[in-house]
Design a binder for this molecule. Sequence first.
Ligand code: MSP
Length: 628
Amino acid sequence: MNRDFYITTPLYYVNGEPHIGHAYTTILADVLTRFGRLMGRRVHFLTGLDEHGQKVSQAAAENNKTPQQHCDEMAVTWTNVWKKLNIEPDDFIRTTEPRHEQVVIEFLNRINEKGDVYRKEYEGWYSVYEERYFTEKDLIDGRDPISGRPVERRKETNYFFRMSKYQEWLIKHYKKNQRAIRPRSRLNEVLGYLKQPLGDLCISRPRSRLEWGIPIPWDDDYVTYVWFDALINYFSATVSPPEGKEVSWPADLHLIAKDILTTHAVYWPIMLHAAGYEPPRQIFAHGWWLDKDAAKMSKSEGNVIKPLDLVDRFGPDVFRYYLMSEMTAGMDANFSLDSFVRRVNSDLANDLGNLYNRLARLYHQFGWAKYKDSRPTTTSFEEDPFEVPGELRDSVEFVELIENLVDNYEINLAIGHIMSVVNRINRHIERWEPWKSARERPDETAWAMLEAIDYLDRVAEMLAPVMPEKMATLRQWIRDGVRMPGKDQQLFPRIDIRELQLKQPESPAAVASPPLAASEPPEISIDDFAALDMRVGVIREAERIEGTDRLLVLKVDIGVEIRQVVAGIAASYRPQELIDKRVILLVNLKPVRLRGIASRGMILAAVKEQNIALLTVDHDIEIGSRIS
Ligand code: MSP
């Protein structure tokens, strides 16, 4: 456990400002770094900028700057954004730094001396946008298969790297190291790609058409292809890390998105192998952030949501929390303001923020501080007041569980698991009603609530990698005698979506059907009401339905049978937090199919704009009891 862990993000192009996609990968790296440290690892986290190549030199020209001026200015912009987002890399590398350029030159010399580089005249389809050649069969409708932009026929003499020579080695490497690419589907994708013969890689650009690059050391008429230069950063950063930081090759983890899988999973390990270095230990390719029309959110698509817009208004931590909880490892995620507001209001303002407020209020109202010294070391209650999962009581087990999820990049599940503790405590406070029991059983109540505060502190510790600032404040407040925050000091103020004035056309996530709030419902008789067969049920299973961000499929136990119900509540509830929840089910609703899934019944909920709250019963009552 206690070994070094070296983690990297892609080096982003400085032709534009950071957007949500870049922010996501970099926050993910920061979160993994902080989790790693929490688990006792020594982690080194590298990010930086890709500053050479045609895109950057064009962007500089458009801004009437020299490329270097442009890069220097952009570097300030990017580092400032990372600071704003509470991202703290150990090293920030720019490919125009001498420490990097030197290593690239040595790297090129090494493979050249080995005989792995040759000069050849090449003719092919060149995409200015992607800065690369495509073969005839790569093209889609005669256009660049990646960006869909036009290509032009070009002929030039260049230097080529004998990549094909190492194809068999790479296939063997991946067959032997199946965890070298995660998720597994991406490994399969790479192995599929490697079934076709691999071409050699053109690693130079004639200076006559591109000045802005690292010179090819043996031929001054050429500069290095931007990808060949940029990939080497991961290695060059280990040659001369910043003072006081230590790191060695190989990297343990390259974080990327699926768009740059081939360069990282094919070119890069072969480059390293040819130069006599080890391949990276693991590559994790996450999905894309998409906008609500399912288009990739990035600069080139022109639908950028600047993270800073939300970060400036609501702070970095809630934004980090949102990104980390909305994306499932390896899958695409949808960004919307609605889902942002919902996530912050329901998880953070309602569940976590309110739990703290509530505990702090009671703590002072009943003077529980004085019970600290008399607390029994082990809980002496006949029942566990919070039904806190065993693994949290034994915190080693809890940490291991979270660690496993995080090691699988299932950050959203790890967060869900930690938040389920918050929900349990909230629920049990409701059931325990400490404001009543404090009068009848003052000692036990005080001890139980002190225990709840301990759990909350533990929760804050585990969430700190995601929300470093807020969780440090929360823990400080606990240490400061469970401080009562002032009205304008709330840890997580509720966001009113109307304030955002960017209301989206997307309708609020309403319960499946029929619509709950018809305009003006007609008057009904008691017989009409009696026609509704509503029962108390308990949710046994809950799962998301693929391809929707609203629907969950639930298995609801109503005593006599288990009903499958499709409910449009995914915006306010995560599947795992629903398990064991008591709900009210309308059981005699005509069965329907939603997204091809049979739904028998409807669970009742209060709906106010984006907020959905499930109806439940006030105290324990037999499952299947009728509502009348
Ligand atoms: N400069 C190259 C990488 C060289 S690495 C040696 C590059 N830069 S980039 O600026 O285009 O960044 C691509 C990366 O940004 C993606 O792999 C991903 O990490 C992040 N994202 C950019 N847009 C994204 C989304 N819409 N969604 C998620 N992440 C995306 O490629």
